[in-house]
Design a protein around this ligand. Structure first.
Ligand SMILES: Nc1ncnc2c1ncn2[C@@H]1O[C@H](COP(=O)(O)OP(=O)(O)OP(=O)(O)O)[C@@H](O)[C@H]1O
Ligand SMILES: [Mg+2]
Length: 244
């Protein structure tokens, strides 16, 4: 079943259209990778799905209903959560309080339960619950950012460049949790510039260029032909026999 779709959406800032006519489907239980160079519109695409940036045209469909006019908090209540680029934690708050803010509407018992789930996923956070966010390492911050998003028990997680600025061994840690999330029923849209990482786990891969989807292909297709992905990434769609 298709969980979340964008239908021909355009969005931008002021006079700038950062994404144009993008149609993408996220199937339930799958991981959709979105790749493309700097400024391609990857973050804008996630923001438009979340409702942080308004649509200029097109529709966003969640479980069959048009949610394109709903504000972000309403989409969050439906089960969509976003981990923004650059983590965006509350710097003066503790790790625990940052996590709890992800579930501020839940009961105290429920917040405890959810926090426990996050700590099982990211055991490294258990010992630093009292530490303020501004002293955390980049990797710890990223774990808190993902953990905070999970505190709302989303059925769909939008993650924007989790690997940015992190050592490979830390990125490994973060990526190890993604299959676990999929197993627990969370569907994922993962934005990355580091194509190899997404390629290793994506069911479907979408390539953006200058605000447009130039290609999409199954993860298996690209894993068999990584050279084709490199071509598409550089904008040479004809190398893979046209787009779709
Ligand atoms: N808040 C903003 N105000 C004005 N323009 C913006 C804003 N955010 C992004 N843009 C512009 O929109 C375009 C797409 O940006 P976006 O951040 O979506 O790209 P991206 O693919 O996420 O890039 P990166 O890989 O560098 O994160 C760029 O031209 C960018 O300069
Ligand atoms: Mg971005």
């Amino acid at each position: 079943m298709t969980l979340l779709s964008s239908l021909n959406i355009s969005a931008g800032y002021g006079d700038l259209l950062a994404i144009e006519h993008m149609s993408v489907d996220l199937e339930e239980g799958s991981l959709l990778g979105v790749v493309g160079p700097n400024g391609a519109g990857k973050s804008t695409f996630l923001r438009a799905l979340m409702g942080v940036v308004a649509l200029r045209s097109g529709r966003v469909i969640w479980k069959g209903s048009d949610i394109g006019g709903l504000p972000a908090d309403a989409r969050a209540r439906l089960g969509i959560a976003m981990v923004q680029e650059g983590r965006r934690l509350f710097p003066s708050l503790s790790v625990q309080d940052n996590l709890l803010l992800g579930a501020y509407h839940a009961s105290r018992t429920e917040r405890r339960e959810r926090q426990e789930e996050v700590l099982v996923l990211f055991p490294a956070l258990r010992d630093i619950l009292g530490r303020t966010a501004n002293v955390l390492s980049g990797g710890e911050q990223q774990m808190v950012a993902v953990g905070r998003a999970l505190m709302s028990r989303p059925s769909c997680l939008l993650i924007d460049e989790p690997s940015l600025g992190l050592a490979p061994i830390i990125v490994d840690e973060i990526y190890k949790t993604l299959p676990k999330l999929l197993d627990s029923g969370v569907s994922i849209i993962l934005v990355e510039q580091e194509v190899g990482r997404v390629l290793s786990i994506a069911d479907l891969l979408v390539v953006l260029h200058e605000g447009k989807k130039v290609y999409q292909g199954a993860g298996t297709e690209f894993r068999e032909r990584p050279d084709a992905l490199a071509e598409v990434y550089l904008g040479n769609v004809s190398a893979v026999g046209g787009g779709n």
